[in-house]
Structures are given as C-alpha cells and as structure tokens.
Design a binder for this molecule. Structure first.
Ligand code: NDP
Ligand code: MG
Length: 391
C-alpha cells in the first residue's frame, strides 16, 4: 500500500533529505504536496519528479515562476500562506514539517487537524505553541514524531520505558562554530564564520543559531514541551564530536545514550518508518576510528541564550513565542549585517523584558491567533530595540 506524504519546506536542508529517502523508494509513496518559498526551480523539479499533486510557494511574488516551471506537468501550482495551509490540510498519512521559523506553525497545525502523523523538524512550533500543538494532535488523533536529532534520540531512548523512571534528559550540543574562540572575539564574528558548522550540514539559519546556541536554547524548550519534563530535569552538555545526540538518565543511575553519525536522514528516516526500524543510507560508525567521545560544560558567558531559555521556561505562557520571534528578527538583522553576533542575545533579552512586563500579553490563552499576534508584536519590539541601540 502506498503512503500519502506531504513535505512542508521541501526545498530546505531537511526537506531535501526527506525527499532523498522518499525518492529511493518512490513506489511506496504518493506525494500529495511539496512546499517551498524562494527556490521555485528546485520545488518545481522535485514536484515533477515525484509527481506531486500540488506545489506551493509561500511567496506570492514567485507564483508566476512556479506556474511557468510546472506548465504541462500536471502538477498544480499555488502561492501564499493560505495556500500553504490548504496544502497541509490535504489528506495525507505523513507530513514533514520542515519550514524554518514560526511560519511553520499554522501549516503544521493544519496537518494535525486532518489527522496526519506530523514529523516535526520545525522546533519553533513547540517553542511558540507547545501546548496548542500537543492538544491539536490529541484532539484529532494525529501523532507527533520528533525529527530534531536530539529529540529523536530521546524518543528512541524512551522506547518501552516509563516516564516516571526518568530523572533527567541530557541534550548534547556541538558548541557550534565558536566553541573554541575567546569570548571577547565573538562580537567581531562575521556572517561567514557563523554560517559554518563543525559537524552538521544544515540550513544557514539553524547553523548560525548553533554558533550562538540559540538553537540549543530552543531545543531545551522543545524538550520540555515534547516530553513533559521539568526544566530542572533538562541539562545540556557540549560534546564536540556530535556523535551522541542525547542521553536519558533513569532513577537507577543508568544513562541511555543514542549514538550515530551526524546525518539528519537517520532522525527523518526513524520518523518516516516509525514504529519500525528500516535500513537507512547513513554511514556506520567505526568506534575504533572515533576513539574518544569528549564532553564539557557550556560556558554561560559564551552562550547567554541558554540562560534566556531557562527564563522563558520559568515564565511560561506565550513567552516562548516572544523569545522565538525576537530571535528570528535579531537573526535577520545579523544576516543583513545590521547588528553584531553578540547583539542578538542582547536584543532578545531586552524584548523579553519589555513584553513580559506588558499586562496580560504573555498570559493570554494559547490560540493560534494570540500566538501569531504575540509573534508579530515581538518582531515590532525587536525592530524598535535595534533602532534604539543603533541610534
Ligand atoms: P532551510 O533554511 O534549509 O529550509 C527552510 C525551508 O522553509 C525551505 O523549504 C524554505 O523555502 C522554506 N521557507 C523559508 N521561509 C519560509 C516562509 N516564510 N514560509 C514558508 N516556507 C518558508 O532550513 P532547515 O531545513 O535547516 O530547517 C528547517 C526546520 O528544521 C527548522 O525549524 C530547523 O530548526 C529544523 N531543523 C533542521 C535541522 C537541519 O539539519 N537542517 C536539524 C534539526 C532541526 P526556500 O528554500 O524555497 O526559500
Ligand atoms: Mg537539534
């Protein structure tokens, strides 16, 4: 029987790895929708090759290009955020959520509402609206499977275990591009330097977030939301080899570590074939060659984002949406060369301070509308904070 699949964010790093796995066994799948944003040439090529029903670009200005690229192929073209949500609502068995940023939230919810299994790479959904995402999955009988490598690792370490026996969850971090830089040098870090990851090949935004550890900060919140553990049960450790993806500590002192090569096709494939394991085209580790696995505690001065994530977890409510949106905006500004690397955390902290103080804002009910309004407001505040700092 073929499985109907949709890939949201098909043109990105996770999307392309997902397509790689699906294309190897194309007869087993029927592709419903593929979505992208700026890269319509890739989107159209994949949609034609995989015979998708529809290809959607998030960017309405790219509609004509997409339509032209799909002419005569039988693949329908659509554009804009409503079209993204419509594509995610088309009946499918399995949907990959791999749009980057909070733009992935609404389409992911739409996929859950139609009862699909949602493979969640888009960690921002859980950071902004964890309770809403989990409740939507529950209400519609949809299942949420983690794709972030650390969370897939925790998920796998928990198979057959009782959550009551879990003492702690240890999320590993590579430490990113600047783990060995003097802290004083960070303010002069360039975009090119921040965009190169020591171990993983990923999209540019998450690579920069790895250098600042905003990515790990998001993952701490993601861990709490997904697994329901308390913040004080979640630890992070720098593990420069990136071979252990996460470790679960149990009440008898045992640590169950998940070890594997840094290849996202493992976590994607696990979510694709779950609850089975199937053969995957990833490298096999030669442990004698690896020789040693090392660990060190993260330096709080180098990675202020980790402290901010703890504050967000303590504050709760919609503060995750504020945190993520302010981070996205600060990251946009760093990429555009408007602020320095170290300014990102300072901007996010200032936006959190301002918005958490605004009456009722982060305590509003967690609905999609409230989350997106909060997201919008945090972006506006981030722009104001950056303008003030520049002026
Ligand atoms: P990429 O930047 O490589 O790809 C992002 C995808 O989202 C592309 O398809 C892009 O389209 C699309 N997109 C960009 N902006 C929008 C928008 N406003 N609306 C709709 N679609 C948009 O990102 P990654 O694949 O690296 O990451 C995707 C998600 O997975 C992120 O949430 C990331 O944190 C998470 N993740 C990624 C990992 C990795 O190894 N890459 C590991 C763990 C988690 P286009 O390219 O056509 O412009
Ligand atoms: Mg990760």
């Amino acid at each position: 029987m073929t499985r109907a699949v949709t890939i949201l964010g098909a043109t990105g790093s996770i999307g392309q790895n997902t397509i790689d796995l699906i294309a190897r066994d194309a007869g087993a799948y029927r592709v419903v929708a593929l979505t992208g944003a700026g890269n319509v040439a890739q989107l159209a090529a994949d949609a034609i090759r995989l015979r998708a029903e529809v290809a959607v670009t998030a960017d309405p200005a790219r509609y004509a290009d997409l339509k032209a690229a799909l002419a005569g192929s039988g693949v329908a073209a659509a554009a804009g955020s409503d079209a993204l949500t419509e594509a995610a609502s088309r009946p499918a068995d399995w949907v990959m959520s791999a749009i980057v940023g909070s733009a992935g939230l609404a389409p992911g919810l739409a996929a859950l509402e139609q009862g699909a299994t949602l493979a969640l790479a888009n960690k921002e959904s859980l950071v902004c609206a964890g309770a809403l995402v989990l409740a939507t999955a529950k209400a519609h009988g949809g299942r949420l499977l983690p794709v972030d490598s650390e969370h897939s690792a925790v998920f796998q370490a928990l198979v057959g275990e009782d959550m009551g026996a879990v003492e702690r969850v240890i999320i590993t971090a590579s430490g990113g591009a600047f783990r060995d830089w003097p802290v004083e040098a960070l303010e002069h870090a360039t975009l090119a330097e921040a965009s190169s990851h020591p171990n993983w090949d990923m999209g540019q935004r998450i690579t920069i977030d790895s250098a600042s550890m905003f990515n790990k900060a998001l993952e701490l919140i993601e861990t709490r939301e997904y697994f329901g553990v308390r913040p004080d049960q979640i630890e992070t450790i720098i593990h420069p080899e990136s071979l252990i993806h996460a470790i679960v500590g149990f009440n008898d002192g045992a640590l169950m570590a998940h070890v594997g090569p840094p290849d996202m096709r493992h976590a994607i494939g696990y979510a694709l074939h779950w609850p089975e394991r199937r053969r995957l085209p990833v490298a096999r580790l030669d442990l004698a060659q690896v020789a040693s696995l090392t660990f060190r505690a993260p330096d709080p001065a180098r990675y202020p984002a980790l402290r901010l994530a703890r504050e967000v977890m303590d504050r709760g409510g919609l503060s995750g949406a504020v945190f993520n949106a302010a981070k996205e905006r600060a990251l946009d500004a760093f990429i555009a060369g408007r602020i320095r690397f170290t300014d990102m955390a300072a901007v996010v902290e200032e936006v959190l301070t301002r918005l958490q103080g605004e009456s009722g804002l982060v305590d509003a009910a967690m609905t999609l509308d409230n989350v997106m309004q909060t997201d919008h407001l945090a972006r506006v505040r981030a722009d104001q904070v950056m303008a003030e700092r520049a002026g």
